[in-house]
Ligand binder design. Structure first.
Ligand code: 7TS
Length: 409
């Protein structure tokens, strides 16, 4: 498919046929969640209309069909990130739950008092708070890879952090505030040389660029369906199969067992050992369709498209007075995210005035309060791009920002 696809792509997303505040809707908050194409919505509707039933247990036709759709989605998602086997794909509710799963299983079972966990200063709270809680419970130390003003990680002190009894390293692939792409392949390889197990928070990378978990050699790898055109309430934990096999379950109940007596139970094979209870069947099916949709465009094409938008935006916004992009000098950016300050206008005022123009941006700390502290601001305004955005959206944002100035001065 050629990159001309982006010209008509909004037609695939029914939300863009609505006017909001009497104007065409400009959505620039895809880092929070993405809009859904008809293919995804239709696949969810198809499941509820035609084969709604529980999975892995029915002998009747529609349950067999639902089970096939659910398990096909798993293989589709596995192929999308080049997992060795679809049995390495565990469905969760979201990236947050996947991190909590690892903290409460592998990490609880394998870390002990005096061990340290390495994180970075740019983590989303989802990849910070679960480790704070575990550290308190087990008396672990948390160490942080710092960031430099341009938004990139400072990696020269990594060896020192490795020496401090480090057993686990958990870091984001791409920053949800700065768009920085961290060199995780290198970091993981160095961590492995020190026998350190790794987790990659890929919530902001899998939707925007090609990823290959075998090439990265990550041990655990998490992401959310709703940030990649899929439904909300479905996420993914990818882990090496031997790790999953040696981990205790996270939640206990139906479907995750192979045999139960009154006082004992044995666990199901992986990945089902980690999917207790009735899962989000429609969500998984919808996410499988989202992957089909992204594959049709091509992840490298999407990545390039976002970088083009980013460059266009930087050019346009350079005309604005007192406009500062955080991490602008960053050499390794996805191009999907621009966090900015604008004069001394409060981000909430900026976002509210833009909303009046039917432009949706995010204002706040973006669930990365320690990073805000590092940047020296309580909040930023953030515009984030995806497949359905084009330069006309950026032009409208530019006009909206001029309106912001005229209203606030
Ligand atoms: N990790 C990163 C890097 C994220 O950006 C987010 C969500 C999460 C984890 C958590 O994802 P969830 O699906 O489990 O909630 N980021 C954002 C954001 O930037 N604005 O809203 C949510």
């Amino acid at each position: 498919m050629s990159s001309d696809i982006f010209q008509d792509i909004k037609n695939d997303f029914p939300i863009f046929s609505n006017q909001i505040n009497g104007k065409d809707f400009v959505y620039l908050d895809s880092a929070a969640t993405t809009q859904k194409p008809n293919d995804v919505i239709d696949s969810v509707v198809h499941y509820y209309k035609n084969c709604n039933s529980n999975i892995h247990r029915g002998i009747y036709s529609i349950s067999i069909e639902a089970t096939e759709l659910y398990e096909d989605a798993r293989s589709n998602i596995g192929k999308f990130i080049n997992a060795k086997s679809s049995h390495e794909i565990v469905f969760t509710r979201n990236a947050t739950e996947a991190v909590n799963l690892v903290a409460n299983t592998w990490a609880s079972q394998n870390l002990k008092e005096g061990d340290s966990i390495i994180l970075t200063e740019m983590e989303h709270h989802s990849n910070l708070v679960p480790w704070q809680i575990l550290a308190k419970k087990l008396n672990l130390k948390l160490n942080f890879i710092e960031i430099q003003p341009d938004g990139e990680l400072i990696l020269d002190k990594l060896d020192n952090l490795f020496q401090e009894n480090a057993k686990f390293l958990s870091l984001t692939h791409v920053s949800n505030v700065l768009g920085t792409i961290n060199p995780i392949k290198d970091i993981i390889s160095k961590a492995h040389e020190h026998g350190i197990t790794t987790l990659v928070d890929a919530a902001q990378s899998v939707p925007h660029m090609p990823v290959d978990v075998q090439d990265l050699d990550s041990d655990f790898f998490v992401f959310s369906g709703h940030k990649m055109l899929g439904p909300s309430g479905i996420g993914v934990l990818h882990a090496k199969k031997t790790l999953l096999e040696n981990m205790e379950p996270f939640l206990y109940g139906g479907d995750m067992i192979s045999n139960v007596s009154l006082r004992e139970a044995q666990w199901n094979d992986v990945p089902w050992k980690f999917e207790a209870g009735t899962p989000n069947i429609a969500g998984a099916i919808g996410l499988g369709k989202a992957v089909d949709y992204l594959n049709q465009i091509g992840m490298d094409v999407i990545h390039k498209h976002e970088q083009e938008l980013y460059n266009y935006a930087i050019d346009r916004f350079s005309e604005l007075k007192d406009f500062k992009i955080f991490g602008l000098e960053n050499k390794h950016s996805t191009g999907g995210v621009i966090s900015f300050s604008y004069s001394d206008f409060h981000p909430h005022d900026i976002a509210t005035i833009l909303d009046g123009e039917s432009i949706a941006v995010r204002a706040g700390h973006h669930c990365a309060q320690p990073l805000m502290e590092k940047l020296g601001v309580p909040a930023t305004t953030r515009a984030s791009f995806y497949v359905y955005n084009d330069t006309s959206d950026i032009d409208k944002l530019f006009n909206g920002l001029q309106k912001v100035r005229s209203v606030l001065t």
